[in-house]
Design a binder for this molecule. Structure first.
Ligand code: ADP
Ligand code: MG
Length: 728
């Protein structure tokens, strides 16, 4: 075993669980480090409190005087907790989070100093953030962008820093981050959903989109990762032979959590509690060393911030416990990858979940309205949903025979399928009193009961109805949820807007009653969007064929998947709903193409390096051992030598074949990279990386993995799959 690998394994085996003891109940510490409503009530004047609350609830702008008061109170609160710095915390288009810390400390001359933090520092900052991707937006006008306070997500303390969630925009107002379009989409869904809810309940004044994410991840010992340049540089293994045992026994799923891992989880949960992230669930996932955690769902903007924050603190706490956390969508070939299920629902300010049926027929008609409109929205904009989850990493899951497929479809279960069938037969125009009664009693009236015993589960569906919410399962584990949530809420807002227009038209032109008009429109929607519904096996080849017949898209690679983002349909949609303008859309597309090409470029370089600098020398080394053996045999058995040394000589030849296989393919890959690198057009370049460079990865890997099975385990330099996945 290579010395490095040996020491790494030894260190891993020696590890003791890092102690972690909780001293108080979680409910006591929950939100302690958050400038939340409770804290604000305590620290803010009545006016300041009112100002912030109406900014949070109604989007009303906070005036300067109030901002000064809030800043001063935030500072007092933070100083009591030994905070020294503050930062605007934002989510640039790199997908991660960004912060630039400034001190409260301010010298005021004559050797004295004060702690200062005013409204202007709270409200707006100009980080010199010109290195973040902007897709050319900033170059055209101003080099800098600025961050602006988002009062809808509360400030929090992490370590000794006060973090203020902000948006990040250019001087001309274009979004340079993931949060800005999300906030606009949430405004759009609020507006159009509220308008539709008013058919059912006039008291509703606001609709919130809720998000409950489930985060999957792997934990691998830090020392083992140190022997894997591929994980260090790309977050995933680029080679490695499958272990004799993988996940086929399902013995890891929901199994007992190892103590070292459990201590990590407990500390993580403790920190999450302090930050007001309501983490409630933890368990082992299907793959060895794969885990999941999920919080209670929250308002979408807050949930997105919490997910980004959590990923950041997970990385830090994992490191403390000598783990490296892998968020990559596919860190190990042949073993399940990680996703981030996005559970989505809409709720009114009167406390009603619009995707949950209720006790009265009217409530259920309201449920059906939102349910069917969701189906229609996804059907019309399935390509945008796919585009919203596209990334180089996620391509390994979506396009590649693993959960879920790259085809967007919706699973609703047998019972609701039957309900939709009934609704499809509703009479055109006015309904007879008998039909109304029948609908009320036998169709709409029965929905809560059928849902209660609706135990249908379909794990292969990318978008499934799960009783009182839809679950978007195709989101990547590393992704920022803002992207898919912006798409989903925008298309739903657009759909509800159309719905309202059509219902109102029927009421006015055909003299229909409100519920008659709604039934009529829903009937047409069900007919039009049937093709998006699919209850079968989403992984099967048959579904690909069937989906193609239905005209559903099946984009397997990122460059293909994100193309529709810049199509007319998408640009019109985002413009109409005021979520993004054309410039912002095109910039984002360009950034994603560039990021894609860079990712594949880096993977190609790392793979080439490992193959040439680690694998080939090891192969030559072992080959020399064999040659020595054969030469020795020749000396001992000169007569029968040929038959005695046959296997060794075959092995020597095989090794040579694989060595030249590697050399050959790496050279070809490097040539393709060179060609791609001089391409100016980002789409052409991304396509070249996708179609010309990437295909060599599997070929190079094939030879390396074969060698792993031939070469003396003593010599192999890289920690093997079985060691990474089964050593605890
Ligand atoms: P699964 O069976 O998919 O693993 P879990 O119970 O682990 O389900 O996760 C359910 C997730 O759904 C949690 O994150 C939870 O907060 C979220 N969730 C529950 N109800 C709603 C809702 N009404 N809206 C949005 N998310 C919800
Ligand atoms: Mg789930």
């Amino acid at each position: 075993m290579s010395t490095f690998r040996f020491h790494a394994l030894k260190e891993t085996l020696k590890r003791e669980p890092l102690p972690f003891e909780e001293t108080t109940n979680r409910s006591v510490i929950f939100g302690k480090n958050v400038f939340n409503e409770k804290t604000m009530r305590q620290y803010l004047t009545k006016d300041a409190y009112k100002g912030v609350m109406s900014a949070m609830d109604k989007g009303i702008k906070i005036d300067r005087n109030i901002a000064d008061q809030v800043a001063s109170s935030m500072k007092d609160w933070a100083l009591k907790k030994n905070v020294t710095h503050y930062t605007h915390w934002f989510q640039p288009l790199t997908g991660g989070t960004a912060e630039k810390h400034d001190s409260f400390f301010e010298p005021i001359g004559e050797g004295s100093a004060i702690e200062s933090f005013g409204g202007s520092q709270l409200v707006q900052q100009e980080p010199d953030a010109s290195s973040f991707p902007s897709g050319g937006i900033r170059n055209t006008f101003e080099a800098r962008g600025y961050t602006a306070w988002d009062p809808t997500s509360p400030a929090f303390i992490y370590g000794t820093t006060l973090c203020i969630p902000t948006i990040f925009v250019s001087y001309t107002g274009e979004a340079l981050d993931n949060k800005t379009p999300l906030l606009r989409a949430l405004q759009a869904i609020d507006k159009h959903a509220t308008a539709v809810v008013k058919y059912f309940d006039k008291n509703v004044t606001k609709v919130n989109a809720n998000l409950g994410w489930e985060q999957e991840y792997f934990l691998i010992d830090k020392a083992l990762v140190a022997t894997r340049p591929d994980i260090i540089m790309t977050g995933r293994t680029l080679l490695g032979h499958a272990p004799a045992k993988g996940q086929q026994l399902d013995d890891h799923y929901f199994g007992s959590i190892p103590r070292r891992t459990l201590n990590f989880m407990r500390e993580l949960e403790y920190e999450s509690m302090l930050l007001g992230i309501p983490v409630t669930t933890r368990h082992n996932e299907v793959a060895p060393n794969q885990f999941e955690l999920a919080p209670m769902f929250e308002e979408t903007n807050l949930a997105v911030d919490h997910n980004s924050l959590l990923m950041d603190i997970m990385t830090k706490i994992a490191s403390k416990h000598n783990f490296r956390v892998l968020f990559h969508e596919k860190p190990f070939a042949g073993i399940n990858g990680s996703g981030k299920h996005n559970n989505w629902s809409l709720a009114t300010d009167t406390g009603v979940n619009l995707l949950s049926p209720g006790k009265t027929p009217m409530r259920n008609l309201q449920f059906l309205t939102f349910f069917v409109n969701t189906i229609k929205a996804i059907h019309v904009y399935e390509e945008l949903m796919r585009a919203g989850i596209a990334s180089a990493n996620n391509d390994h899951r979506l396009g590649a025979n693993e959960a879920p497929p790259a085809i967007i479809s919706i699973f609703i279960g047998k019972q609701l399928t039957n309900v939709l069938k009934e609704l499809e037969n509703v009479t055109d125009g006015k309904l007879s009193p008998e039909e109304k009664t029948d609908l009320k009693l036998n169709v709409v009236g029965k929905i809560p009961e059928i849902l209660l015993d609706n135990t249908d589960r379909n794990r292969t569906s990318p978008f499934a109805f799960t009783g009182n919410k839809f679950e978007f399962r195709a989101v990547g584990s590393q992704a920022n949820c803002a992207n898919p949530m912006t798409v989903l809420n925008t298309i739903m807002a657009k759909q509800l807007k159309e719905f309202k227009i059509e219902v109102d038209k029927l009421i006015a032109n055909k003299d229909l009653k409100k519920d008659e008009a709604i039934f009529n429109v829903l009937r047409e929607y069900i007919k039009e969007s049937k093709d998006i519904l699919f209850e079968g096996n989403g992984y099967g080849k048959e579904w690909e064929i069937e989906a193609a017949k239905r005209g559903l898209s099946n984009h397997k690679s990122t460059p293909d998947a994100i193309r529709p983002k810049v199509g007319k349909k998408a640009i019109d949609l985002y413009k109409e709903l005021e979520v993004m303008n054309e410039k912002e859309i095109i910039a984002r597309h360009e950034i994603e193409l560039e990021e894609y090409a860079m990712k594949i470029q880096i993977e190609g370089r790392v793979l080439g390096d490992i193959a040439l600098n680690h694998i080939i020398p090891t192969a030559v080394n072992y080959q020399n051992k064999l040659i020595k053996n054969v030469t020795g045999l020749k000396n001992v058995f000169s007569k029968d030598f040929e038959s005695i040394a046959k296997d060794q000589m075959d092995l020597i030849k095989k090794i040579s074949n694989h060595i030249s296989g590697i050399n050959n393919k790496v050279t070809l890959m490097v040539n393709e990279r060179k060609k791609a690198n001089v391409m100016e057009d980002p789409e052409e370049k991304a396509n070249a990386y996708c179609n010309k460079v990437k295909p060599y990865f599997d070929e190079i890997r094939y030879h390396c993995d074969k060698l792993e099975m031939m070469i003396d385990d003593e010599l192999w330099p890289l920690t093997k799959y079985r060691e990474m996945l089964f050593t605890r």
